[in-house]
Design a protein around this ligand. Sequence first.
Ligand SMILES: [Fe+2]
Length: 260
Amino acid sequence: MNLGYKKFRFEEIKYLDSVKRKLLTKLQKLVGTKTVNFNNYHKFIHNEKKHEKIQWDLAKYFRDKMLHMECLKGIENFLFRNFGQDILVQRKPFLRISRPFKLNDNIGLHKDTIYGQSPYEMSIHIPLTNLGKKSCLMFAGKSYLLKEKKIKFKNQKNLISKGSKQHKLGKPYNNKEIEENIYKEKPVPIKYGEFVFFTPALVHGQVLNKDENNTRFSFDLRVSSKFYPVKFDEKSHNGAYVLYSESPIEKLAKEFLNKQ
Ligand SMILES: [Fe+2]
């Protein structure tokens, strides 16, 4: 992990397969045809309002069904090894849809610690299809070692308003997009069934999906330990966590203390 990110493979793919199946069925219902899939989605929807509605409805379905909790079962041992068994997971993770050559579908290069995420809240990026070097996310190895005050940002207007649908879909309202080609970001192609585990202090993201044939459908979620030094209670909606698992020791201790 000394680059600040690493690719891993699902231990049990059946959980992710099930999540993918449910999302695809929902997407086909929303678009109104069974010929649509994650890769070719951009060929079906050309109206921006319609796209926004589909993304909103699909993201809501994903969150309401807590599909991320289901898919994490497929990497449970990985989570236990890294966090112990007292694990917290973001309540409302982000479902991302990045269509080919749509600048607005991406938030560009960024560092989530600049947006207030603690370095103890790790991120997991999970794609729903294979992503080649033109459609995958970029990661700048070791960029978590940079002094944040010295990071160079792009000059741009802020178009996202706080609390808007776009904000709730994962776009920051006070956009701090990082300049490209300074911090040696590299594309990290990834196959379905793999995930990237990374520190939120890393420069990462996508500026533009340059693969004309493939839309990127992926989701990312924050995972932490109940005992990490994060003020979990003070987080606003996107930072709110739910308990994914609890260790037997924590359970016993709590039961004992409740009786005293
Ligand atoms: Fe991010």
